[in-house]
Design a protein around this ligand. Structure first.
Ligand code: F6P
Length: 348
């Protein structure tokens, strides 16, 4: 068969490890592998390259993606689906391996329903993709954020400051909870539990009253403020920009600075904010992510061999299993509040 491979959405350490695994496994059975450049955009533009043993050599440890990526949504483009199907036919591509998060795999699920032979691999540093225990990229992001928190601890302590660390996490606070617990954060704020600034300041004051002159607050970019409406369980975002992407997501970020200003104003403690941003997505994947990405890639290649279209590789416990794309993209995997409860033992 002639198999197309693409990476879509935000990049994520481990993408190259998946590409390498898919190509190495499928080439063993004489399949031809076509790299599709920049996600779904490459299928609209017919921007392809042959993937060979040589072209995927030496990429296991490299961050980013050798194929490039984009947030192109073919369903927001006139005749997008028809163009993709026509381009697949004209190029003789029989099937696709789509590596991406909820948005990319959401398109994959729709294309599968429209008759395209497709399998998926789950990717996102946010770890919020449903139907898999972990996505690759998350462990790397957590390690980067934990190292940053360790470093911020020493400077916060030296200056008697509060430091607010803003980490990624659009709908779910996985990076904040894991890095916050690993880094010994004094408060962790996540989208799953809207917060009250007065309560945050009270917790910090109590900590400082017991003789601690510095604090670390870890906040997800998507953390929300409690609103005055007691029935509103969702809270409201703090945003520095109202821009949206092709999937309608607002560009998050800005909560760290707003929170730091409020904390300083209300407590009198000198406060600074550090926004980790895309540093969390850059550079080499951890060993854990290289192994997970490799297992996902080999499994996805097996799904292709078995012609098990419409499925995605997923981690359940210690095993890699197949789950339907439809199930995977139906909802978001949010942090279990009992985990935040454990983390809160160390707050204040
Ligand atoms: O989807 C992963 C993610 O890193 C989110 O955590 C973040 O909100 C978003 O991507 C940032 O997107 P962009 O790279 O388009 O700024």
């Amino acid at each position: 068969m002639k198999i197309g491979v693409l990476t879509g959405g935000g990049d994520c350490p481990g993408l190259n490890a998946v590409i390498r695994a898919v190509v190495r496994k499928l080439i063993q059975n004489e399949h031809e592998i076509i790299g599709i450049r920049e996600g779904w955009k490459g299928l609209l533009d017919k921007n392809f390259e042959n993937l060979t043993l040589n072209s995927i050599s030496g990429i296991l440890h490299r961050g980013g993606t050798i194929l490039g990526t984009s947030r192109t949504n073919i369903y927001k483009i006139k005749d997008g689906e028809e163009t993709v199907k026509k381009n697949l036919d004209e190029s003789g591509i029989d099937a696709l391996v789509a590596i991406g998060g909820e948005d990319t795999l959401g398109i994959a699920a729709k294309l599968y329903k429209a008759g395209v032979k497709i399998v998926g691999v789950p990717k996102t540093i946010d770890n919020d993709l449903y139907a898999t225990d972990f996505t690759f990229g998350f462990d790397t992001a957590v390690n980067i954020a934990t190292e940053a928190i360790d470093r911020l601890h020493t400077t916060a302590e030296a200056h008697n400051r509060v430091i607010v660390v803003e980490v990624m996490g659009r709908h779910a606070g996985w990076i904040a909870v894991y890095s916050g617990m690993a880094g010994g954060a004094d408060i962790i704020l996540i989208p799953e539990k809207p917060f009250n600034i007065d309560e945050v300041c009270e917790t910090l004051k109590k900590r400082h009253d017991r003789g601690k002159n510095f604090s670390i607050v870890v906040v997800s970019e998507g953390a929300k403020l409690q609103t005055d409406d007691a029935t509103d369980k969702d809270g409201s975002f703090i945003l520095s920009s109202m821009k949206t992407d092709a999937f309608g997501h607002v560009r998050l970020g800005g909560i760290g600075n707003v929170l730091a200003d409020e904390i300083e104003k209300r407590t009198g403690f000198e406060t600074r904010a550090t926004v980790l941003g895309h540093i969390q997505r850059g550079g080499s994947p951890t060993a854990f992510d290289r192994v997970l990405a490799t297992r996902f890639g080999v499994y996805a290649a097996d799904l292709v061999e078995e012609e098990k279209w419409g499925y995605m590789a997923a981690l359940k416990g210690k095993d890699i299993v197949a789950v339907s794309l439809e199930e995977a993209v139906g909802q978001i995997k949010t942090v279990d509040l009992s985990l935040l409860e454990v983390a809160s033992t160390f707050f204040g």
